[in-house]
Ligand binder design. Structure first.
Ligand SMILES: NC(=O)c1ccc[n+]([C@@H]2O[C@H](COP(=O)([O-])OP(=O)(O)OC[C@H]3O[C@@H](n4cnc5c(N)ncnc54)[C@H](OP(=O)(O)O)[C@@H]3O)[C@@H](O)[C@H]2O)c1
Length: 240
């Protein structure tokens, strides 16, 4: 049985992935800020789920992660699904800086602790949901797209470092398109919206297949490939 830690399991894709891994018989240590949501998840399999309140923006988050790993009796897979994101065409400072704090600082804090744990253990699997938004700078969401690009590059760097150190740590960078979760709730209607349950199934497949990068779904693979081909002179004139 696999021991899996999920950060950001209180809603959205983290919650759906947790349900699928429970159905596979995994033991889960789940964390986020909303304890009532974690408790509801625990009720699905009380003897196989332990919970911990963790806010990834706080300094004590890595120690809390270590305690959760100890309480679970170890960790084989670290699955990171915490994040925030908002459109911010007015460049409101709070939105920009909170996004950097959660998706940049929080991500680095938690992925780093998982990496150090697996480095001590000699092996493990780190998977994180970044986004297709990291492919290029997106005008409607500057800090969101920039922090997602940071996550893509950070995971790539750790994978190279891990190989160079002879560690057996696997990495899976998961990059979904628009998914119908709390993160996108609001007035704006997004195109090609994906269902979180369906995305979660593709995520679990990518984990089993030990994919390095998984763009979800195939339509977004084509879209991001086209984005990459666009020269800067065209990209900077796009009205998204
Ligand atoms: N929805 C999309 O279209 C989409 C597309 C591509 C990528 N993503 C990425 O997928 C990831 C999951 O998002 P989602 O779409 O599933 O949205 P969601 O339902 O809003 O889930 C976000 C999760 O992040 C946790 N979180 C937020 N701030 C946190 C903090 N400071 N400390 C600990 N946990 C925190 C939330 O838990 P608490 O609030 O309980 O702490 C929640 O469990 C995010 O990184 C997001 O950027 C989303």
């Amino acid at each position: 049985m696999k021991k899996v830690i999920i950060i950001g399991a209180s809603s959205g894709m983290g919650l759906e992935v947790a349900k699928l891994l429970l159905a596979e018989g995994c033991y889960l240590g789940v964390a986020a800020r909303r304890e009532d949501r974690l408790e509801a998840l625990k009720q699905l399999a009380p003897d196989r789920v332990i919970t911990a309140p963790i806010d990834v923006t706080k300094d004590d988050a890595p120690q809390r992660l270590r305690s959760l790993i100890n309480d679970l009796g170890g960790m084989d897979l670290f699955f990171y699904s915490s994040g925030i994101g908002k459109q911010n065409r007015t460049l409101t400072p709070d939105i920009e800086l909170n996004t950097v704090n959660t998706n940049g600082m929080g991500f680095t804090r938690m992925i780093g602790e998982a990496y150090r744990y697996f480095a001590e253990q000699g092996e493990g699997h780190i998977a994180a949901i970044s986004s297709i938004a990291g492919t290029k700078g997106l005008g409607p969401a500057p800090s969101y797209s920039a922090t997602k690009a940071f996550q893509n590059v950070y995971l790539q760097a750790l994978e190279q470092q891990s190989n160079a150190r002879g560690l057996k740590i696997r990495f899976t960078d998961i990059r979904p398109g628009f998914v119908d979760t709390d993160l996108l709730r609001g007035d704006f209607r997004y195109p090609m919206m994906l269902k979180p349950e369906k995305v979660a199934r593709q995520i679990v497949n990518a984990l089993h297949n030990k994919r390095h990068v998984a763009v979800i779904d195939w339509r977004y693979s084509i879209l991001t490939a086209l984005w990459r081909c666009l020269p800067r002179t065209i990209w900077r004139r796009l009205k998204l």
